[in-house]
Design a protein around this ligand. Structure first.
Ligand SMILES: Nc1ncnc2c1ncn2[C@@H]1O[C@H](COP(=O)(O)OP(=O)(O)O)[C@@H](O)[C@H]1O
Ligand SMILES: [Mg+2]
Length: 527
């Protein structure tokens, strides 16, 4: 028995575990820690009872023998099918706790390492994926705000790199396209702004989309006060709105002339309104073009008046001549004196007719030769002398002296001799006509800077200030009856003005009623 006890003790020490051998009656035969003789019968221990009935048993309790908490494990020893005893092993719980603690440490260390690994990995993942996506998002956002200069780094070869390249390409294309569009827009705006015609673009809700400067002026508004607002509200022009309405409902062009009242007076506006169509041929609004034709109107009126005036002026002498001739034809035995008187009247009316036709022809000739005449060089001294010569009969008949003040040297201009001669002659003729008997007329030539000044002065009846500018108009006469009586046509001064202007100069009048008049023509000299 003691040999067995020795072996068990050795084994127990070797593996650090307590072993107990128990016979089938519960008597301890050997124990690796204690003297079996001192130990109780173990037959009633729970692990032994369980081993006997179930083939194995374990229990946890305080050991009476060694006084610490132990885990016991027992197995029956079988011989020839009968239980001949039990072997039991035990280990103190503290030892297990010790081992468990060790295990916990390992687990904690492992978990800690895992956490660090996850963090490190996460950081690199972030660096690798979310950072680039963030910067792509930022660039996309700034693109949405219209900034196309920010770029994404695109050196990567993966999907993110592809995305970055696609985004950068899109930004470049968008930038280019927007620049083209805004460039075209600016060009269009510049063209519209420079146009003489007013242009208003209207959308389908009859609101103003664009209005150029000329249109703003015509409709008394400003760009800022018009955009996005209804046309009628901005212009207050009912007729314009009616035209727009008609354009949109009939989907066709509308043309009309309207009158717009402004502080400076009324203006004639020609309106052309056309519908605008979208790509799918639906009406999308209208474009209205406003053309201020007030000047054209005035010009047209002058023309009409001129034709009416000429007809009227022609009618008077023609009617007179016809009446005189008819009377002479009817009255076969007319007295010789009357016949002579009638003929004299016919002659006077014929001369008047010829003068009128001559003046009208001169005017229309001047008008068709618009611009500066490609004239020849002529000496005004010669021209003035010949005009005075031609008027000598008329002046002496009216007992009016014509004196001339001419420079010693030549006064040269480039021009049409006939026209210039007629202009000076017209002024001198007027001076004679509107100056009472015994008056004085002076014709002067003066060099003033680069110009020559032709002055025709009289001490006649003068012209009241309110007529002084109008006498240059065609057929304008201060006293119609008097002018006619004196053989005037009312065209003389308009011819003078035309000649002066077509020679690169001008004409002015200075006059005081009852004292006299000075006309001054200025024409550039040549050397
Ligand atoms: N020297 C002048 N003194 C006063 N009135 C003048 C003089 N010259 C022109 N006028 C006025 O200007 C008008 C226009 O002149 P003009 O065109 O030459 O026409 P006309 O002499 O045929 O009447 C004249 O009718 C006259 O009333
Ligand atoms: Mg005249």
């Amino acid at each position: 028995t003691s040999g067995l006890q020795m072996q068990i003790k050795e084994l127990g020490d070797k593996i650090g575990t307590r072993f107990t051998l128990i016979d089938k009656n519960g008597v301890v035969i050997a124990d690796s820690r204690e003297d079996p003789k001192l130990m109780d019968n173990h037959g009633a221990r729970p692990e032994i009872l369980s081993a006997r009935s179930h083939g194995e048993g374990n229990a946890t309790r305080y050991s009476d023998t060694i006084g610490i908490k132990m885990i016991y494990y027992a197995l029956p020893i079988n011989r020839d099918g009968n239980v001949s005893g039990y072997v039991r092993t035990s280990i103190s719980l503290s030892k297990i706790d010790e081992r468990l603690a060790g295990l916990k440490e390992t687990v904690a260390l492992g978990a800690g390492l895992a956490v660090i690994a996850v963090l490190v990995l996460g950081y690199f993942m972030a660096l690798h994926f979310s950072r680039p996506i963030e910067s792509i998002t930022r660039v996309a956002e700034s693109m949405a705000l219209g900034k196309y200069d920010e770029k994404v780094a695109e050196e990567r070869e993966d999907e993110i790199g592809k995305l970055a390249r696609a985004l950068n390409l899109m930004a470049d294309n968008l930038k280019e396209r927007i620049e083209t569009i805004s460039g075209e827009g600016n060009r269009l705006k510049a063209i519209l702004a420079g146009m003489v015609e007013g242009v208003i673009a209207i959308d389908i809700d009859e609101r103003i989309v664009h209005i150029n400067k000329a249109a703003c002026e015509i409709t008394n508004t400003s760009f800022e006060n018009s955009i996005g607002k209804p046309l009628w509200k901005v212009t207050g022009l009912q007729e314009l709105n009616d035209i727009l309405e008609q354009t949109i409902t009939t989907k066709s062009r509308v043309e009309k002339e309207i009158k717009v009242f402004k502080r400076e007076g009324s203006r004639h506006i020609q309106i052309l309104s056309a519908p605008t169509l979208s790509l799918d041929k639906k009406i999308s609004g209208a474009v209205i073009v406003l053309h201020d034709i007030t000047d054209l109107y005035a010009f047209e009126r002058v023309r009409r008046d001129f034709v009416a005036n000429v007809s009227h002026e022609l009618k008077t002498p023609v009617t007179a001549i016809r009446a005189l001739v008819e009377t002479m034809v009817d009255d076969t035995d007319m007295h010789e004196d009357d016949r002579l008187r009638f003929l004299k009247k016919i002659e006077k009316q014929s001369i008047r007719l010829a003068t009128l036709v001559g003046d009208v022809l001169t005017l229309s000739k001047q008008e068709s030769e618009k611009g500066l005449l490609d004239g020849t060089r002529l000496d005004l001294k010669v021209v003035v002398n010949s005009v005075i010569q031609a008027l000598s009969t008329a002046s002496s008949a009216r007992d009016i002296s014509i004196e001339s003040e001419l420079p010693a040297e030549h006064v040269l201009i480039n021009g049409d001799e006939e026209a210039v001669s007629q202009a000076i002659s017209n002024l001198a003729n007027n001076a004679l006509k509107y100056t009472p008997h015994g008056g004085h007329v002076a014709i002067r030539l003066k060099k003033v800077g680069p110009n020559v000044l032709i002055e025709v002065e009289d001490n006649g009846i003068g012209i009241a200030p309110e007529h002084q500018q109008r006498i240059f108009e065609r057929f304008y006469r201060v006293d119609k009856a008097r002018s006619r009586e004196l053989g005037g046509t009312g065209l003389g001064l308009s011819i003078v003005k035309h000649v002066a202007i077509s020679h690169g100069g001008g004409v002015e009048v200075e006059s005081e009623p009852g004292r006299g008049t000075v006309f001054r023509i200025t024409i550039p000299r040549v050397s």
